[in-house]
Design a protein around this ligand. Structure first.
Ligand code: GLU
Length: 441
C-alpha cells in the first residue's frame, strides 16, 4: 500500500511551491488508495512556531488535502535517540569538534586548490585520547553520518530517471548539533522507515539529500522508498522568484481564489497534460503520474490561476461553492450572476443589484415616456419565470422599439448598469415591488 508524506518545517507559512508538494503527495496516495501523512518537521525548536503549525493544518484543510495521520518530530526524539545509538555503536555516526570557522577555512582552502569542498574526515582520525582531551577542554561534539565510500549511490527517480552519485564527492552530513538537537537529514530517514513511507515526493533541491539518505536507509536496515524529485516552480519570467516564496493560501484566499483553482493548476503544471478548469478531483487523479512531469522548471503565472479560477466560477454548480457563498445567494441567484464574475468576492456587488438600493442614472429625456409605459405594462404582468420575455415583447409591440433602445433603458433603470447578468434571470429575483419602485412613479 502506498504511504506518502508531506513534511513541512513550521518556520513559515506554506507557499505555492510547498502547496504543490503537498498536493502531489496527497494525489499519489489518493490515486493508489493509500495513506497521506502530514509530518511536522519541528526539530528546530528555535525557528519552529506553533502558529505556523496551526496555519499549515488550516491551509491543507482549506485546500481539501487533509492528512490521514499527523506526526510531529518534536515528539519522537526517543526514536531518533535509539537509532542514533545503534548507528554510533556500528560506527556509522562519529563525533566532530571543529568550529564553524575551522570548517569554513577548510572549505576555502579546498576551493582555493580547485578541489570540491568535501569534509576531510579529520575527526574520524582522532584517537580516543585526543577526543578525551578535547572534551576535557569543555568541547561538546557535533555528529556526522559516515558515508560508505564503497557503496554505490544510485536510484531510479520517478521524475528524473536514473540517478548516480559518488559517495566520495559528498561530505559526511552533520546530523546532530553539539547541543543535542537534530538536523533534518537523519530524523527524516528514521521517520520514513518507521512510518513505512513508500514514496518520497519533493522538490529537486533535495536530490543530493536523497543520495545521503539512501545510505541512511541501508544503515538503518531498511529498503529505501521510491523517490520523485520534481522540477521547481519558477515565476512567469522563468526565474525563481521571491514572490513565489511568499505567495500562500492567506493571500490567495483574500483574493477569492477557489481552492479548486489552485488544485487544478498545480496538479497539471509542469506535466505534459493541459491545465484544465476541472472541478472533479477524480479526473485530475486519473491522469496524475510522475512520468508525465518534465525536468524543466514549471512556470507559475498568477494570470493562469486567475483564468482557471474564472473558468471554474463560470461553470460551478451552486452546491460546489455554496459553503463559500453568503447564505442568501441561493441557486437561482448564483446561476444568474456566475457568468459575470471572476471571483466569489464579486458576488456581493450583484447581490446589491437584486436587493437594492440601486443607484440608477436619471433616464435620458427620450426614454422617460418609454419607462413610464414600461412601468404600467409591468404592473399588469404575472411575475413568473418568463416575465422579462413577456414584458419586452409587449413593449416591443406597443412602442415599436427593438434591440438596444428596447432593452438598455430597462436594464439601466433596474440595475443602474449597462452590463450585467441576464435580465431574464435577474428580473424575477428583483421581484415586482422593487422593479416597480426602480422604474419610478
Ligand atoms: N522538512 C523538509 C523540508 O521542508 C522535508 C523535506 C522532505 O520532504 O524530506 O524541506
Amino acid at each position: 500500500m502506498t504511504i506518502t508524506r508531506f513534511a513541512p518545517s513550521p518556520t513559515g507559512h506554506l507557499h505555492i511551491g510547498n502547496i504543490r508538494t503537498a498536493l502531489h503527495n496527497w494525489m499519489w496516495a489518493k490515486k493508489t488508495g493509500g495513506t497521506f501523512i502530514l509530518r511536522i518537521d519541528d526539530t528546530d525548536a528555535e525557528r519552529s512556531r506553533e502558529e505556523y503549525v496551526t496555519g499549515i493544518r488550516a491551509d491543507l484543510a482549506w485546500l481539501g488535502l487533509s492528512p490521514d495521520a499527523e506526526y510531529r518530530q518534536s515528539e519522537r526524539s526517543a526514536l531518533y535517540e535509539a537509532a542514533f545509538e545503534r548507528l554510533r555503536d556500528a560506527g556509522r555516526v562519529y563525533p566532530c569538534y571543529e568550529t564553524a570557522q575551522e570548517l569554513d577555512l577548510k572549505r576555502k582552502i579546498a576551493l582555493g586548490r580547485g578541489l570540491p569542498p568535501v569534509y576531510d574526515r579529520a575527526a574520524l582520525n582522532l584517537s580516543y585520547a585526543e577526543r578525551a582531551d578535547l572534551e576535557a577542554q569543555g568541547l561538546k561534539p557535533h555528529w556526522r553520518f559516515k558515508l560508505d565510500h564503497d557503496e554505490a549511490i544510485a536510484w531510479d527517480d520517478l521524475v528524473r530517471g536514473p540517478q548516480r552519485f559518488e559517495a566520495t564527492s559528498l561530505s559526511d552530513p552533520v546530523i546532530r548539533r553539539a547541543d543535542g538537537s537534530w538536523l533534518y537529514m537523519l530524523p527524516s530517514a528514521i521517520d520514513d522507515v518507521d512510518m513505512g513511507i513508500t514514496h518520497v515526493v519533493r522538490g529537486e533541491d533535495h536530490v543530493s539529500n536523497t543520495a545521503v539518505q539512501l545510505q541512511m536507509f541501508t544503515a538503518l536496515g531498511s529498503t529505501p522508498p521510491r523517490f520523485a524529485h520534481e522540477a521547481l516552480l519558477t515565476g512567469a519570467e522563468g526565474k525563481l522568484s521571491k514572490r513565489l516564496g511568499s505567495l500562500g493560501v492567506g493571500e490567495l484566499r483574500a483574493k477569492h481564489i477557489l481552492p479548486q483553482a489552485i488544485v487544478a493548476l498545480l496538479a497539471r503544471l509542469g506535466t505534459s497534460d493541459p491545465v484544465e478548469p476541472l472541478h472533479d478531483r477524480a479526473a485530475l487523479l486519473e491522469t496524475f503520474d510522475f512520468a508525465r512531469f518534465g525536468r524543466a522548471p514549471a512556470r507559475f503565472a498568477e494570470e493562469d490561476l486567475e483564468r482557471i479560477n474564472r473558468q471554474l466560477v463560470h461553470s460551478a454548480d451552486h452546491a460546489l461553492v455554496a459553503d463559500q457563498l453568503p447564505p442568501e445567494i441561493d441557486e437561482a441567484i448564483w446561476h444568474a450572476i456566475r457568468p459575470n464574475i471572476a471571483h466569489l468576492g464579486e458576488v456581493g456587488d450583484y447581490w446589491r443589484i437584486i436587493t437594492g438600493p440601486v443607484d440608477a442614472p436619471a433616464p435620458e429625456p427620450e426614454d422617460a415616456a418609454y419607462l413610464a409605459e414600461a412601468r404600467s405594462v409591468l404592473e399588469g404582468l404575472e411575475f413568473g419565470p418568463t416575465v422579462w420575455k413577456d414584458w419586452t415583447e409587449a413593449l416591443k409591440a406597443s412602442t415599436g422599439r427593438k434591440g438596444k433602445t428596447l432593452f438598455l433603458p430597462l436594464r439601466r433603470a433596474l440595475t443602474g448598469m449597462d452590463h450585467g447578468p441576464d435580465m431574464a434571470e435577474l428580473l424575477p429575483l428583483i421581484g415586482k415591488d422593487r422593479a416597480l419602485e426602480r422604474l419610478g412613479g
